[in-house]
Design a binder for this molecule. Structure first.
Ligand code: DLL
Length: 432
């Protein structure tokens, strides 16, 4: 099942011709934005010389810092009256970064979402409960318009308010939910606490994204909820969700290449890496009118899966995001990604649905504390059993990250629950 078969199964030469003509048009549009005029001048780039896709490499990278410099509207490439929406990501420091959309941009974004949903087997018969935050964040409104475009009944429940979510799910027989993996882990517990077996609900699919999570977490969620979970990747700078989505094969996410040009680079040198090599994802949005974006460094680490997908879509897939270059922390000289810890934790049957990594400085030594919630059945008064479990978890985590962790076992509900993007790592080292 396709949303737009011609575009989704387009052959590579035709796809590349389409990319190039859209890229040329985007470059020409971009110079209406004050930011790009200065940017190309400073980097001495003559956009007329970009006449093949290979020439894209002659353009400098753009970064989040460029979005901040151009705040509020230095990257707007159309007259303001043509812009119909903005979204923003708050970020942890400094000014937010703002993205603009024309009517056409919003409509094309909705199409990409509808296309993504159909790739997972969704149909107009589905009831879509959208538990991502509505507002400046792109997760809520982004999927909303796409699900409506497909013809689903949309429940715009937004994030949080777990009992209301359950009631809506039951009363309107939601079949698909859109939710962050960390909130899905929390919500399923609330549902069980209220005496409902999640397997009895009508929800059969979940779209999980907006934050990194591991295959072990996907499996755990699929089992807890009794549904199929699909990975969805996107970022505000590239519209939001709908950049890349898994199809029914659930084996890597198709990047919609008629809209996005993918490159994988070495994050240290900026060199473009061959298909299949792991590195930082760099994206160019070739079709947005209000705000073109070239060679944007996402900071997300992944690799292109070069093999064709059995679904017949010709758009290449990327692997699950391993983490962000800025998420990585270094302990005793060892580089560690939170995802490495999550992957082993979530595969341990006694481990519950929440965890947190806290980095502490102990004298001159850095220590990784991992706070792990267990299922309540583990707390029946047998200290010895808990000690053995703590040892087991310590050993499993140590063998994965090659650093000795301090494992703290917690009762369910003792860590701050997530309703959106979870804070997985707290670094207390700088404050000492
Ligand atoms: O999180 C857009 C989105 C909404 C994607 C809903 C999927 C579903 P931002 O707030 O700008 O936009 O955050 C983007 O979140 O660079 C990744 O680091 C991370 N991220 C998003 N999806 C995934 C995913 C939205 N499936 C940043 N796996 C990105 C891992 C993800 N990380």
């Amino acid at each position: 099942m396709y949303w737009n078969q011609d575009l989704e199964t387009i052959d590579r030469p035709a796809l590349e011709r389409l990319q190039l003509s859209r890229l040329r048009a985007a470059l020409e549009r971009s110079v209406r934005a004050p930011f790009y005029r200065t940017f190309f001048e400073t980097h001495r780039v003559d956009i007329d010389t970009i006449t093949t896709l290979e020439h894209l490499r002659d353009l400098p990278f753009t970064t989040k810092a460029d979005l901040r410099t151009s705040y509020p509207d230095g990257m707007m490439a159309v007259p303001r009256r043509d812009v119909v929406r903005l979204h923003a990501s708050s970020g942890t420091t400094g000014k937010s970064t703002v993205i603009f959309y024309t009517q056409k941009d919003i409509s094309e974004w909705a199409d990409l979402i509808a296309r993504s949903m159909v790739a997972t087997g969704a149909t107009p018969d589905d009831v879509f409960q959208n538990m991502m935050g509505y507002g400046l964040f792109t997760g809520g409104l982004g999927l909303h318009y796409g699900a409506e475009r497909l013809g689903c009944l949309v429940i715009p429940s937004s994030s949080g308010n777990s009992l209301k979510q359950l009631q809506l799910m039951q009363d309107f027989q939601a079949t698909i939910m859109h939710i962050t993996p960390s909130y899905a882990l929390h919500l399923v517990e609330i549902i069980k606490e209220n005496g409902v077996d999640p397997h009895d609900l009508t929800v059969k699919k979940a779209y999980l994204g907006a934050e990194p999570y591991t295959e072990a977490t996907r499996k755990k969620l699929e089992e807890l909820w009794g549904m199929d979970a699909y990975n969805s990747y996107g970022l505000s700078e590239m519209n939001g969700p709908g950049v890349s989505f898994e199809c029914v094969h659930k084996n890597g996410m198709h990047v919609w290449e008629d809209f996005y040009i993918i490159e994988i680079i070495d994050p240290d040198t900026g060199a473009v890496l061959p298909d299949g090599a792991e590195g930082e994802l760099v994206l160019t949005h070739v079709n947005r009118e209000a705000m073109p974006m070239f060679r944007y460094r996402t900071r997300d680490l992944t690799r292109i899966i070069p093999e064709p997908c059995p679904c017949g879509r010709t758009h290449r897939r990327i692997e699950r995001i391993k983490g962000r270059t800025d998420d990585m922390f270094i302990i005793g000289g060892v580089n560690i990604f939170p995802s490495q810890i999550e992957a082993v934790l979530m595969a341990i049957p006694e481990v519950g649905n929440n965890y947190q990594i806290v980095l502490e400085r102990d004298g001159s030594l850095d220590k990784v504390h991992v706070k792990v919630e267990l299922y309540s059945k583990m707390f029946h008064g047998d200290m010895k059993e808990l000690q053995t479990l703590r040892k087991k978890i310590t050993e499993i985590v140590r063998s994965t990250i090659i650093v000795n962790p301090v494992i703290e076992l917690m009762e369910p509900g003792s860590l701050p629950p997530s309703q959106g993007k979870a804070v997985r790592v707290i670094d207390n080292r700088e404050q000492r």
